[in-house]
Design a binder for this molecule. Structure first.
Ligand code: PLP
Length: 178
């Protein structure tokens, strides 16, 4: 409900933001101890948005050598054309990940367990490599996790308390549908 024309209470157009999505995003962020949450209609939509936010032409991303097919196609058929390079590597092999890092690496793209091979990555080990190495992005800067009240104009009735953040790094087509 808007007070009057041109006077909204934080929500103006439902695609930009709406209370239901804010509740989902806020609670997911709290559950994950994250800084904030963003919900999308599909996984690939989320990936596309994130990758175009944290990469730039001339940049580089380390990806799993068994990444989900749609993810691999996003890197190889879309981002590659925009000048973002990627190196597939086994995320279970931290030495290989470290060797794949470049000064222009802005992201280690981690999927665990992987689809469909169920590969497992050492998330803490990858986060350490990101902190030590090339992934010098704002995503490696620790910051307080959000609270419900920080994102919800009037507090929701359900309780939703964030866990303390345990990690500094949160990171940042075939015929298959995107
Ligand atoms: C690891 C992984 N990433 C991304 C996706 C894509 O998600 P969506 O089909 O919602 O775009 C999938 C789908 O199975 C997946 O397994």
């Amino acid at each position: 409900v808007q007070s009057e024309v041109g006077q909204h209470k934080g929500y103006e157009y439902s695609r930009s933001g709406n209370p239901t999505r804010t509740a989902l995003e806020t609670c997911l962020a709290a559950l994950e101890g994250g800084r904030t949450g963003l919900a999308f209609a599909s996984g690939l939509a989320a990936e596309d948005c994130l990758l175009r936010t944290v990469t730039s032409p001339g940049g580089h991303v380390v990806i799993p050598d068994d990444a989900y097919g749609g993810t691999y196609r996003l890197f190889s058929r879309v981002l590659e054309r925009w000048g973002v390079a990627h190196t597939p590597v086994s995320l279970a092999d931290l030495d290989a990940v470290r060797a794949a890092m470049r000064p222009e690496t802005s992201l280690i793209w981690c999927e665990t367990p992987t689809n469909p091979l169920l590969g497992i990555a050492d998330i803490a080990g990858l986060a350490q490599i990101a902190r030590d190495g090339g992934a010098r992005s704002r995503w490696t800067t620790p910051s307080p996790a959000p609270t419900c009240s920080s994102r919800w104009p009037s507090a929701p009735t359900s309780s939703c308390t964030p866990r303390p953040s345990t990690s500094a790094a949160t990171p940042t087509s075939s015929a298959a549908p995107w």
